[in-house]
Design a protein around this ligand. Structure first.
Ligand SMILES: Cc1ncc(COP(=O)(O)O)c(C=O)c1O
Length: 412
């Protein structure tokens, strides 16, 4: 059989609808300045799908820092991997400032969050070690676990009793193999908005010997009194052994980092294959990240504006009778019932007639019969945006329940 023929025969769970979906439901092009009002197919839409939590993407100081750094250094410098020739004072300064902010001894920058998590897991455990991880973990954690050559146990999402059961099994196994245990969870889960149950996980450290890795991609900058993250929010930042976040969300950039004890960060510097064998972050990304971090740390209005919008949106949706699940963070899922075809007609109505753009999640990401609209409030949305959205959602929910979108075919 020809490899290419085999591949195109089955485009996979996401690719199977590509023909109808491409450009509208998947790979849409949002144009214009990054803001709550962006242009989609020539129409200005109120946009709720960007993880620009603090509104930094288009902050004038950020734009200026990015532009000046690009003019001064170009996009190439420094060339090579950090270990070989790609290090700079700025890279190290950003690591120092992130360590200080995260209250950890040291930090390693990563080129991308996804590869970083995958590669960190690969570096942290060997075939004798056991990974115990939350069932709803992000793809980068799942793929890191896939690379692991030893045993792994998954626990039901945020279920501490089940986690304990897995820890009992893992402890027994580790005694046999002579290995150690790594527990992995997210700080804020990006689909449901649930916080990882860090406090209860940490409490299990008194009974079991494990280290805790937290992917706080959605918690960094948004959670905790000062934005340190979900560890600060739950009062357990010190108990997170390995703290990860990306620059792709609150920092509105590219790159990521891991903060931990100095000896572990040193170990990662010399053992993370994704960093040893890949080019380091270009200077504008690093200088731009320093500016973003400065604003994130020194301008509390960014986070308070975010939460003003989060509270208004979530309270408003709940009062209007919507099911927003169990979110404990800015991530706001709106859970409706309907088929995939209904989801497409509803989305089209939202975009074409209500001028609202949000992410839409259907089977197989959520169970059959569930339509999840996922809203990401940001510091640059307004209360008027919230009101407009709740009014529109109330109408489309009524239409959905009245069968207006009940069609056999997908809306394209
Ligand atoms: C929970 C989580 N971890 C990791 C990542 C990957 O980060 P990056 O976009 O920097 O690769 C994401 C998404 O961006 C995420 O949501």
């Amino acid at each position: 059989m020809d490899l290419f023929e085999k591949l195109v025969e089955n485009m996979g769970p996401l690719g199977m609808h590509a023909k109808e979906a491409h450009g509208y439901y998947t790979f849409p092009k949002l144009e214009g300045e990054i803001s709550p009002r962006m242009t989609f197919r020539g129409r200005e839409l109120l946009t709720w799908s960007l993880n620009n939590y603090l509104g930094l993407a288009n902050h004038p100081e950020v734009r200026k820092a990015d532009a000046v750094a690009a003019a001064d250094y170009g996009m190439a410098y420094p060339m090579g991997a950090r270990m070989m020739s790609g290090n700079s004072d700025y890279h190290e300064e950003l690591e120092r400032q992130l360590s200080d902010f995260e209250q950890k001894e040291d930090t390693i920058l990563l080129n991308f969050g996804y590869q970083g998590v995958l590669s960190a897991i690969d570096a942290l455990v060997d075939r004798r070690d056991i990974i115990v991880y939350d069932a709803e973990s992000h793809a980068c954690i799942i793929d890191g676990v896939r690379l692991h050559q030893g045993k792994r146990f998954v626990y039901a999402h945020n279920d501490i009793q089940n986690l304990e059961k897995q820890l009992v099994r893992a402890t027994k196994m580790a005694e046999q193999t002579g290995g150690a245990i790594l527990v992995i969870t997210e700080g804020v889960f990006g689909m449901s908005g649930n916080q990882g149950n860090l406090k209860d996980i940490v409490a299990l450290k008194s009974k079991y010997n494990f280290r805790l890795f937290v992917d706080d991609a959605h918690g960094f900058g948004t959670m905790g009194k000062t934005g340190i993250g979900t560890g600060e929010e739950q009062g357990v930042q010190d108990e997170i052994d390995i703290y990860f976040s990306t620059f792709a969300k609150s920092m509105a950039g590219i790159g990521a980092f891991i903060s931990s004890e100095k000896r572990i960060v040193d170990y990662l510097r010399y053992n993370m294959r994704s960093q040893i064998f890949a080019k380091s972050l270009p200077m504008p990304m690093v200088i731009g990240a320093l500016k973003r971090l400065e604003l994130l740390r020194n301008d509390p209005s960014l986070k308070s504006n975010l939460w003003k919008i989060v509270d208004a949106l979530q309270d408003g949706l709940k009062s209007a009778g919507f099911n927003i699940g169990t979110t404990m963070s800015p991530v706001t899922p709106v859970i409706l019932n309907g088929t995939v075809a209904e989801a497409t007609h509803l989305t089209q109505d939202l975009r074409e007639n209500y001028n609202i753009f949000c992410s839409i999640v259907v089977y197989p990401v959520v169970p059959k019969g569930v339509i999840m609209l996922r809203l990401i409030p940001t510091a640059v949305h307004t209360l008027a945006d919230v009101e407009e959205t709740i009014t529109a959602f109330t109408e489309i929910k009524e239409y959905l329940e009245a069968g207006k979108y009940a069609k056999e075919y997908l809306a394209i």
